[in-house]
Design a binder for this molecule. Sequence first.
Ligand code: MG
Length: 417
Amino acid sequence: MSDFDFHALILAAGQGSRLGGTPKQYRQLQGRDIWLYAVLALASHPSCRGGVIVCPDGEAAYHATKLAEYQLNHWTAVTGGAERQDSVKAGLEQLLAMKPKAVFIHDAARPFLPRDMIDRMLGLFNQHPTEKTDRKTGKKTADHNDIKAIVPALSPADSLKTVNDNLVTGQIDREQVIRVQTPQLFHFDTIYELHQRFSGAGFTDDSSLAEEAGIPIHVIDGDPRTFKITTESDWIMAQMMVPAQTMISRVGFGYDVHRFEHPADTDKRTHIMLCGIAIDHDQSVIAHSDGDVGLHALTDAILGAIGDGDIGTHFPPSDEKWLHASSDVFLIDACRRLAENSGKLVNCDITIIAEAPKVLPHRNAMVARLAELTGLDQHAVSVKATTSEGMGFIGHKQGLAAHAVVSVLLPVSGMEK
Ligand code: MG
């Protein structure tokens, strides 16, 4: 363990009543829960050895799932208590087994945590040990643990007044006051002991416990960006601080063909699947799955747009699992892969090439089904059909084919990975 190693405790147990609606820690900033910003800011620091997120009753499983999603293996979720102080105590007790040396205690409602501020706090906490001289022996020893508590703070830029019933009653000297933020950095054993000692005392921040115990609290310059989201204006500012992701457009193309099983036989009625719709026909197709050329071409087009192989890569015909499978499964899986890349399907355009059956009578049903499967608006789904004028294998009714083109939007950062 290096001197600078630390653990983190993030408080997300509050209900955020002032903002109303969803508790503020679960509001979404560019598609990510607010509380995750604070967790990621601390977890991504090279000296962070793990942490705990303290959440409201009933939410621990959700938080644990998210932590796993971001591969935060040394982080756990724990249920908080009725008051802030109870929640911190629960978090510290959870951290105890990790034997932390130093702990950052931070509010999830402060999503923006500049790396520079973390570094300055760690730098002060781990400053060169002071030498202590034993008066009797004259022996010099290093004292590593001079600093037990550090808080970031801002000087008020505005004039400060006292007020009563909307009337100013006096003024306060700006030089005498600071606005204390989080994260606050503590020597773990010290803050752990203080939370045991002052359990239930209702302090609103952790440095107050140190103050109560007479432990010096060191102050460093805070950062205005680390504001707490409390009001609707704070929320607007937070949204302005996270720029919208730049999306780029990509195109994907897919082609599929299937052979008819037997020559047209008007006495032998059967059906084929086309764009998710069963169509009465006098020929059936040879296929491992249901042989829907429309859905197969569209699935390949989506996979092509995100550069993720093709239908055969993910659903090999050699796998008995996909025998007679409904091709809906393939398309839904491709859409899921697109969504996992934070991508968005913009439109699709499918052309079916067959002498028969006629597509036109089924076109509306196909468009509706494709819209349902892809989540697209029906106006963004196109199904067209043509014959091959009696020429070639399609013209000789030996098989049918489909072409599909899609346009997708993908985040630039996702593409640069
Ligand atoms: Mg196929």
